[in-house]
Design a protein around this ligand. Structure first.
Ligand code: FAD
Length: 572
């Protein structure tokens, strides 16, 4: 439903990622009259570009598969991971309401999930770490079911989606990586591509939606089914007070300012501050002007929700371990425009990719999580130097796994050499010179690494020694899925700069997602969810999906609170 902006509703939701749409759909199921406004031309925000993984321990799909974890084990993991940032109230809310949220959405809406029963937590050596069953992903979705709404859905992130086609992690990705080596994979990829091109010809975009695109599509379908009023190209500019309460917002649409009253309150869900230069400069120590940091989130996420919350008396937490969800990013040249940002989430862990700084030395276990790798780069960079590294590999690796935006065989590599994205050297010394890396340092690094790699070992950084490392590696590379020697040449590299998948620092809330004032009292009628709510993980990153799992859960929680419906008495 869209049409004219209404002048009032029960609940006004600002932003249409996972946090906003989960709040909206829940509230509508509970009987509230809901309006969602979205500043961008498309709905879905960063969520639509994401992997769609949600960290939700003890979820119903895991339990149905016989993974019935003790809550105490999960708490042990979080206590060790979050340290002084562990907050009992938030952890209890996630563990109790996360599974209920999943049941609620499966029962009441078009949202459905696939299991992550093989997906380990990031830090396998931490007590209580899970080896699977703590996460879920959105179930693939047929875009046809969205009808005309399909064209309002943010398309997948171009940098990581070949021809605009998202590839799901797990079996789908494995087939793509083996397409030139195994007939069944080749045939499956051929079918996927053929269907994608037919869909593009008939509908202007792919229809087999996976990952975060499927999550948003399912939420949008649910919103439409429930009659939620959805407005794109509409930005919140100011919050309105109704006595002590926040009672609506002034919004901007087509150059006009309009007022929407909201009797039950307002949910801030604008996706944090990935493109707010001032806030990045204040909270990212490696980005003194904010421009030294390259977020992979959409440019419409400019920190509006945080500013609106502050103007209403809320405050942004500055005490997190890290203010962002760091990720190594390479900059993809685009004629006449800002470079694209390629987040390196997959290929770093494959056997035979190394990361070095300009001294030619490794600084991390490349198979660790994106956040850990970036954290290691920031820690290894001497003060005054730009944080930058090179991700390098040999020819066989490049053609098998690809490197950043350079896709594997049969995609051509010449354009990427031509535009300078990909550097090449027949020898390691030549590659070092092309990248400005210390040649002797790099040669020494390769000698040391290769000597142990031949036996599948990495004594320096222990690649492949945790379940998370191994699942990210290549199962057919034994004895260590993450370790293989490099060579012979030619060799290739792409430059890595500091980036992120989203931001962690946000408005301080309580565990009901109510925004708190300077005295830690809730501001009546004001909620913050998704990345507008300060991360309950306190700037740590224990597992994939720790933004979307809480975003969905606290959206569900906020809607119950706004509707005056106690969680314990809900229908799940
Ligand atoms: C490539 C990639 C992969 C990722 N994979 C995962 C994953 O698998 N699991 C995971 O947990 N996290 C993942 N993330 C991170 C995750 O996507 C984000 O943290 C999450 O989507 C944020 O959700 P959100 O609802 O807070 O905001 P968003 O999804 O970003 O939505 C916010 C929306 O608010 C809109 N908005 C901004 N200002 C206004 C305004 N003034 N008025 C109205 N609307 C406004 C924006 O335009 C945007 O559409 C990934 C990120 C990337 C880039």
């Amino acid at each position: 439903m869209s049409g004219d902006l209404p002048s009032s509703c029960d609940l006004l939701v600002i932003g249409s990622g996972a946090g906003g749409l989960a709040s909206a759909v829940t509230a509508a199921v509970l009987g509230l009259d809901v309006v969602v406004i979205e500043k961008a031309r498309h709905f879905g925000g960063t969520t639509a570009w994401s992997g769609g993984w949600m960290w939700l321990p003890r979820n119903p799909l895991a339990r149905a598969a016989g993974i019935d974890e003790d809550e105490a084990t999960i708490r042990t993991y979080l206590r060790h991971e979050l340290g002084e940032g562990y907050d009992e109230a938030f952890v209890t809310m996630l563990l109790e309401q996360g599974p209920r949220m999943v049941e609620f959405f499966r029962r009441e809406s078009a949202v459905d999930f696939i299991d992550g029963n093989l997906m380990p937590d990031f830090h396998g050596n931490t007590p209580g770490a899970g080896t699977g069953g703590r996460s879920l992903c959105a179930k693939p979705f047929d875009g046809r079911e969205l009808g005309a709404r399909l064209h309002d859905l943010r398309p997948p992130l171009a940098e990581i989606a070949p021809f605009g086609m998202n590839i799901a992690s797990g079996a789908d990705l494995q087939h793509f990586l083996h397409a030139t080596r195994r007939l069944p994979s080749f045939l499956r990829v051929l079918r996927r591509l053929a269907r994608h091109f037919v869909d593009r010809a008939s509908h202007g975009r792919g229809l087999h939606l996976v990952n975060g695109n499927a999550l948003v599509a399912r939420l949008l379908k649910s919103a439409d089914d429930l009659g939620i009023a959805l407005f794109k190209d509409t930005a919140a500019a100011e919050l309105l007070r109704d006595g002590e309460r926040i009672g609506g917002a002034v919004v901007e649409r087509e150059g006009q300012r309009r007022t929407i009253q909201a009797t039950r309150g307002v949910v801030l869900a604008t996706g944090g501050f990935p493109h707010d230069l001032a806030r990045k400069s204040a909270l990212f120590p490696h980005a003194p002007t904010g421009r030294e940091h390259w977020s992979a989130a959409p440019c419409s996420n400019t920190g509006d929700g945080l500013r609106l919350g502050e103007a209403a008396g809320g405050h942004v937490r500055t005490d997190l371990r890290h203010a962002g969800a760091w990720a190594p990013v390479s900059l993809v040249p685009k004629p006449g425009g800002e470079p694209g940002r390629f987040p390196h989430l997959v290929e770093r862990a494959k056997p035979g990719a190394l990361m070095v700084r300009r001294d030619g030395k490794r600084f991390c276990n490349e198979a660790d999580s994106y956040h850990d790798v970036m954290q290691a780069l920031l820690a290894a960079t001497p003060a005054g130097e730009p944080a930058e590294a090179w991700l390098l590999c040999d020819h066989a690796f490049l053609r098998r796994y690809g490197l950043g935006r350079v896709r594997p065989r049969p995609f051509p590599i010449r354009p990427w050499l031509g535009n300078g994205y990909l550097k090449r050297g027949t020898t390691i010394a030549e590659l070092a010179s092309a990248c400005g890396i210390d040649a002797a340092g790099l040669a020494g690094t390769l000698d040391t690494y290769n000597a142990a790699a031949a036996a599948g070992r990495d004594p320096e950084f222990h690649r492949g020694e945790t379940p998370y490392n191994r699942i990210q590696g290549a199962a057919d590379n034994q004895p260590n899925p993450c370790v293989a020697p490099l060579g012979p040449g030619p060799f290739y590299a792409v430059r890595i700069v500091p980036g992120s998948l989203g931001t962690f620092a946000g408005l301080k809330t309580d565990a009901q997602a109510r925004v708190l004032d300077d005295h830690d009292a809730p501001i009546p009628g004001l909620y913050a969810v998704g990345n507008d709510m300060s991360s309950m993980m306190a700037g740590r990153y224990p597992a994939g999906g720790i933004t979307l799992g809480p975003a969905m859960t606290f959206g569900y929680v906020a809607a119950h609170h706004a509707g005056g419906i106690p969680l314990a008495n809900n229908r799940s």
